[in-house]
Design a protein around this ligand. Structure first.
Ligand SMILES: C[S@@+](CC[C@H](N)C(=O)[O-])C[C@H]1O[C@@H](n2cnc3c(N)ncnc32)[C@H](O)[C@@H]1O
Length: 245
C-alpha cells in the first residue's frame, strides 16, 4: 500500500536510507536545491521563519546562527521531528509535530515561509497556500522547492534499484496523485505542472519573484561526472513569491 509523505518518512527502513542518502557527497539537495534556496531568501537576520516539512531542520540551525529571530519547523513524521529536536538542541528553534495541511497557522506571524521538497506530498495546495499567505506579515517571503514536474509526471522505465539512465516525461497534463517506488517503499506524490504552481501563487495573491530550475553550477560539485549527469534533466523547481506591503 502506498504511504503519505509523513508515514513514508516514519518507516524505519526509509528513514535510515534517507539519512544515509543525505550524508553522501554531492547529493542533489546540497549541490542543486540548497544553493538556490540560499540565493533566493532575503537576509535572515531578525526574521521569523516558518519551515513546512522541515525534516531534520538543519537549515533552521544555520539560519538561527545567522541571526534569525525565530525558527519554527512543522513536520509530520515523528522520526523526523525527533531528528529535528536533536538538531535544534541548544538553539531557540522549535519543531511542531503536525501536518502541513492540519496545522493552525497564526495570522501575520512570520517574515519567511520556507518549504523544501515537501509540498509535492500535499494533495491540495489551495488551502495550504492560502494559510501561508495569511501567516506571512506584509512584505514577507514564501520560498519553496518541489520535485520538478518533469520528474513527478511519470516514473516509467525506472527501477529505483538502479541509477536512472533515461527519463520518461509522460502524462504531463494529467495532474494529480502519483504512486511511486522510492527509497525502498511506495509513496504518494502529487504531480502539478510548472504553470499550476505559477498560477496558484498568483491566484492566492502572491507576487511571484523568481522561478528557478536549479541549473547545476560546477563549483558546487566535488565530482565532475555527477555534475555532467545533473546537466541532463532538472530535478527541482524552486519558486519565490512575496506578500505585498
Ligand atoms: C524530502 S524531505 C525534506 C526535508 C527538509 N525540508 C529538507 O529539505 O531537508 C520531505 C519532508 O517533508 C515531510 N512531509 C511530507 N509531507 C508532509 C505533510 N503533509 N505534512 C508535514 N510534513 C510533511 C516529510 O516527513 C519529510 O520530512
Amino acid at each position: 500500500m502506498s504511504k503519505t509523505g509523513p508515514d513514508f518518512y516514519d518507516d524505519e527502513a526509509v528513514f535510515a536510507t534517507y539519512q544515509r542518502h543525505r550524508q553522501r557527497v554531492d547529493t542533489a539537495n546540497d549541490t542543486l536545491e540548497k544553493p538556490v534556496i540560499l540565493e533566493l531568501v532575503d537576509p535572515v537576520a531578525n526574521k521569523r521563519i516558518l519551515d513546512l516539512g522541515c525534516g531534520r531542520a538543519m537549515i533552521g540551525k544555520e539560519f538561527l546562527q545567522q541571526g534569525a529571530a525565530s525558527y519554527t519547523g512543522v513536520e509530520g513524521s515523528k522520526r523526523m521531528v525527533e531528528a529535528a529536536i536533536q538538531t535544534l538542541t541548544g538553539t531557540s528553534g522549535h519543531v511542531i509535530q503536525q501536518t502541513i495541511e492540519a496545522w493552525v497557522y497564526p495570522p501575520e506571524a512570520f517574515d519567511l515561509v520556507l518549504s523544501r521538497l515537501a509540498l509535492h506530498y500535499v494533495a491540495d495546495l489551495v488551502p495550504v497556500f492560502t494559510h501561508i499567505f495569511q501567516t506571512l506579515a506584509a512584505g514577507g517571503q514564501f520560498v519553496f522547492s518541489v520535485e520538478h514536474p518533469v520528474i513527478t509526471s511519470c516514473d516509467r522505465g525506472w527501477s529505483a534499484e538502479t541509477r536512472r539512465q533515461d527519463w520518461v516525461v509522460d502524462d504531463y497534463f494529467s495532474t494529480g496523485v502519483r504512486v511511486t517506488y522510492w527509497m525502498g517503499d511506495i509513496v504518494q506524490k502529487y504531480h502539478r505542472t510548472v504553470e499550476d504552481y505559477f498560477y496558484l501563487l498568483q491566484t492566492i495573491g502572491f507576487q511571484l519573484e523568481h522561478l528557478r530550475e536549479a541549473r547545476p553550477q560546477r563549483h558546487h560539485f566535488q565530482d565532475l561526472q555527477t555534475y555532467e549527469r545533473r546537466k541532463r534533466i532538472p530535478l527541482f523547481l524552486i519558486l519565490a513569491a512575496r506578500k505585498a506591503i
